[in-house]
Design a protein around this ligand. Structure first.
Ligand code: FMN
Length: 185
């Protein structure tokens, strides 16, 4: 599909990125952290309004506790998400970033999370974009508790999360539907 696409390190990161749900336990280096944080910061936003606020959570105990509260909200047996049977929402990644926004800025947050994913891929890290954990941050009681813990005001909206780490799997690329892309001449 589109086999004349030009290959360089940037396009390769875009074309070869895929969701990673198994990670090695090693923490990101300072250089890797700076790379993904810079990629988040340099994402464009409408009128450069920069509505997003990101917390890069490296605290494994905090993530474990979040998972317990998350499961208590959504129900331990709820098969809402395919991967819940084996993984916590953060897929045991050493870093889990959560993006919040002042107002409804899904577009800005979406661009930011993809910037993180592509930059991570470019330095051989894996990522998994995670929407499901929104149930925790939007919950009245637990949401307030966890927002306080990560220094996010209650009126900011949860946008998206992303697991980041060194991949411990090499999944097949998921198929795409070529028919969605047409050139009009
Ligand atoms: C907006 C969005 C929300 C997602 N939420 C989750 C999630 O909550 N948990 C999860 O494991 N994967 C989640 N994913 C990952 C998708 O399942 C994955 O991107 C999709 O299956 C395509 O696979 P690929 O990324 O390997 O191309 C999400 C992806 C996007 C773009």
């Amino acid at each position: 599909m589109f086999d004349k696409a030009i290959k360089n390190p940037v396009t390769q990161a875009v074309l070869e990125r895929q969701t990673i749900r198994e990670y090695l336990p090693q923490m990101l280096t300072d250089e890797q952290m700076d790379t993904v944080m810079a990629a988040a910061m340099m994402a464009p936003s409408g009128r450069n309004s920069q509505p997003c606020h990101v917390r890069f959570i490296k605290n494994a105990d905090m993530l474990k506790e979040m998972q317990i509260d998350f499961k208590n909200i959504v129900g331990w047996e709820t098969p809402v998400h395919t991967y819940w049977y084996k993984n916590p929402f953060y897929h045991n990644a050493p870093v889990f970033a959560v993006i919040f926004a002042e107002g409804n800025s899904q577009m800005d947050a979406g661009i930011m999370v993809e910037n993180i994913c592509i930059a991570a891929k470019g330095i051989d890290l894996g990522t998994c974009i995670v929407a499901s954990v929104g149930a925790l941050f939007e919950d009245k009681t637990q949401g307030a508790k966890w927002r306080k813990a990560i220094d996010i005001p209650e009126d900011y909206k949860f946008m998206i999360g992303v697991a980041i780490g060194v991949p411990d799997e090499t999944p097949e690329q998921k198929p795409r539907d070529e028919s969605h892309y047409k050139v009009i001449e």
